[in-house]
Design a protein around this ligand. Structure first.
Ligand code: AHM
Ligand code: MG
Length: 360
């Protein structure tokens, strides 16, 4: 056991990315993108941890509301700037799309360096990043876990498009509206008892833990495997009267021990997707935010919440679905589009899909 632990403790994120890109030269450009995400993650972790000491709790004094009608917290805006700036200066990004921005933005290829002496010629980046800089921020002032979620696509070479209804999909939006199946990388950073970084490059899911003593993310699980069954279900049960029948039936089964496994499950729900998905990856079971009568498409956003998390979960051996469709197969039509989500242990998700009349 000791040998195994010691053989991993020296593997920092930068070393892992060097090894990954040497073995997969086509991923070489992701190295600087991950370096930017790492720096942003450390900064955000610090901002969140110290927010009640530094006056960064609560809502913006201006009462600003984002395009989705949600009042923005101070930390929503600051963490968005931190991640956006980190990604912008990698020279690899073409387009950035964030929960906190109205629409995807193009990254200028003439980003000015403030150091004339190291000014370098920049070429337009080939990647598109989608992200939620501080998911679960409504919880943050109470010390509840929050997280950053991100996904990286290759540029799709989309051009301006006029839809049959006359609306225009501009180039940036066209490049962003890609199904999760096109993701080349996705990950989350969880700000909790430790700061965890979990991601996939399309070949397994890898978990790192931030070691504050050396200032590095260190590999703590090189190949996360979600148990094929769990004993936990995780939904906002206050909405259960509004759910559709298959889900009500499923939850009733696992609550009473009359489901497929005849086991009585426990309920755990943080209300912060990154924390709930992290627990589901490690302990198994089901997490979801289904459609209900109030949230007819669910609450979670497809591009920067549901799709990246689904990629991570599938790469760890789990499943992710709307109940009827694999989430990674959905073609987005809107950057802030919402989808119902159920994800987790493969056999638990399959049991629920069976109740929807779906086989997988
Ligand atoms: P946010 O992006 O505005 O923070 O909302 C997303 C969050 C998720 O982290 C979480 O799963 C969900 O909202 C919780 O919603 P509810 O409070 O309705 O249970
Ligand atoms: Mg969010």
């Amino acid at each position: 056991i000791f040998t195994e632990v010691c053989s991993q403790t020296g593997i920092t994120l930068s070393r892992f990315m060097i090894e990954a890109t040497v073995a997969n030269p086509q991923l070489a450009e992701l190295e600087s993108i991950f370096s930017a995400i790492e720096t942003a993650g450390k900064t955000i972790s610090n901002l969140v941890r110290r927010s009640s000491l530094t006056g960064l709790t609560g809502y913006l004094d201006s009462g600003n509301v984002n395009v989705q009608g949600e009042e923005q917290k101070k930390l929503d805006v600051i963490t968005n700037d931190v991640l956006k700036n980190a990604l912008k200066f990698t020279g690899r990004m073409g387009v950035l799309a964030s929960e906190e921005e109205d629409a995807p933005v193009e990254v200028d290829d003439d980003v000015e360096s403030r150091y004339d002496s190291i000014l370098v010629e920049r070429t337009a980046g080939q990647y598109v990043a989608v992200f939620d800089p501080l998911d679960g921020s409504s919880n943050v002032d109470a010390g509840i876990p929050t997280g950053t979620i991100f996904g990286i696509f290759e540029d799709s070479n989309a051009e301006c498009e006029v839809l049959p209804d006359g609306s225009i999909v501009d180039e940036c939006l066209g490049k962003t509206l890609q199904p999760g199946a096109n993701l080349v990388a996705a990950g989350y950073i969880l700000y909790s008892s430790s700061t965890f970084l979990c991601f996939t490059l399309g070949a397994g899911t890898h978990m790192f833990t931030y070691d504050e003593h050396i200032g590095e993310f260190v590999l703590t699980d090189p190949d996360v495997k979600i148990p094929s069954r769990g004993k936990i279900y995780s939904f906002n049960e206050a909405n259960c009267q509004e759910w559709d029948e298959p889900l009500q039936k499923y939850v009733n089964g696992v609550r009473t021990g009359t489901g497929e496994t005849s086991t009585k499950y426990s309920s755990r729900y943080i209300g912060s997707m990154v924390g709930d998905v992290h627990r589901t990856l490690l302990y198994g079971g089901l997490f979801g935010y289904p459609a209900d009568k109030k949230n007819v498409c669910g609450k979670l956003r497809l591009l920067y919440e549901a799709a990246p998390m689904s990629f991570i979960v599938e790469q760890a051996g789990g499943k992710a679905s709307t109940g009827r469709t694999r989430i990674l197969d959905i073609n987005p039509t809107n950057v802030h589009q919402r989808v119902p989500v159920v994800l987790g242990s493969a056999d638990d998700v399959s049991e629920l899909l069976g109740l929807y009349g779906e086989t997988d």
